[in-house]
Design a protein around this ligand. Structure first.
Ligand code: ZN
Ligand code: ZN
Length: 324
């Protein structure tokens, strides 16, 4: 099992500095859960370098009320230094920790070439592609009231259609490697009576772009109460030959590797027997190893931060080398 979607920082204003101690603690908790490799995938929008290139994208994207809410929220997330983040993750790799360097990248309609230029100078192993925004509406961000109330103003089929169109554009841009939480549009639990058409388009987009799809436990922490993707969509991915990763989308140590056993069950039911792992944007297949039955100890002060030593985990065994 791998956990290929991890954040170092919870949302909102806070000190945004990557440390070897925190990465060591994430690796230690992952190892205790039977997770042999993790990807750190901080949100691109948290970094000053992204703000310099992309900041203000929302101004023309939607109605003034939604644009204002997005601008306020974006500002509250700012402050990290991409160079410092990359440097610390590379140092963790060099120290032998089972971690790869990644980012979670949003879809910026019409601006993905700017995103690609910004990222080209960094040695990323894996880039997650996400659709969190429809215009300036942060539809999965239920904190700001302008965002939460927008759900009542739109038809669910229209939301799913526009979300799926953005996902197709993101996949076709070729900028990222893995579709994160592929059916995030179900986050509130509202879904079309017959979602087949949308699932078909999502699976086609992943297949034609060569992207993998993420199987994420994060949906169990959201109102929908279901993993991403839904079992029916995961079966479509499997039929379309789409590779998959597993992920917790943790924003704190306690959620690292969460529900990895339940994810393994979903994968088995859909017929998957291997996962996609990445180095330098190149994909390889790794086995879905057995998950330990022993529960992971709760996070305590003693297990957070300092004192974690590099786990004795070697490189993952490669099963099949696949194209990037
Ligand atoms: Zn996300
Ligand atoms: Zn995330």
């Amino acid at each position: 099992m791998i956990d290929y979607h991890l954040h170092l920082w919870a949302h909102g204003p806070r000190p945004l500095e990557a440390t070897l101690e925190q990465i060591g603690a994430y690796c230690e908790r992952a190892r205790a859960a039977g997770v042999v490799e993790i990807a750190l995938t901080e949100h691109l929008f948290r970094f000053r370098q992204a703000d310099a290139v992309l900041g203000g994208w929302w101004a023309e994207a939607d109605r003034p009320s939604l644009a204002a809410a997005m601008g306020e929220w974006w500002a509250s997330e700012q402050g990290a230094d991409l160079d410092q983040y990359v440097e610390v993750v590379l140092a963790a790799k060099a120290a032998g920790l089972p971690v790869v360097l990644g980012l979670e990248v949003d879809h910026y309609p019409g601006r993905m070439h700017q995103v690609a230029e910004l990222l080209a100078g960094y040695p990323f192993d894996v880039l997650l592609g996400s659709v969190h925004w429809i215009g300036a509406w942060g539809f999965d961000n239920l904190g700001p009231s302008a965002f939460a109330e927008e759900w009542d103003a739109r038809r669910v089929e229209s939301v799913w259609h526009t979300y799926t169109t953005h996902l197709e554009e993101l996949a076709d841009s070729g900028v990222c490697d893995v579709l994160a939480h592929p059916d995030l549009c179900k986050v509130t639990g509202r879904r079309p009576a017959v979602p087949d058409e949308f699932f078909h388009r999502m699976a086609e987009a992943a297949a034609r772009s060569g992207m993998a799809a993420e199987v994420s436990s994060a949906g169990w922490r959201k109102p929908v109460g279901e993993a991403y993707p839904a079992p029916a969509l995961l079966r479509r991915f499997r039929r379309a030959g789409v590779a998959v990763t597993t992920a917790s989308d943790a924003h704190r140590l306690a959620d690292v590797a969460e529900h990895r056993g339940a994810l393994a069950t979903l994968l088995a039911e859909a017929g998957y027997d291997r996962l996609a792992a990445y180095r330098e944007r190149r994909r390889r297949a790794v086995p879905i190893a057995a998950v330990p039955l022993t529960p992971v100890p709760p996070v305590t002060g003693a297990t957070v931060g300092a004192g974690a030593s590099p786990p004795k985990t070697g490189p993952l065994p490669s099963v099949v080398v696949e194209g990037s």
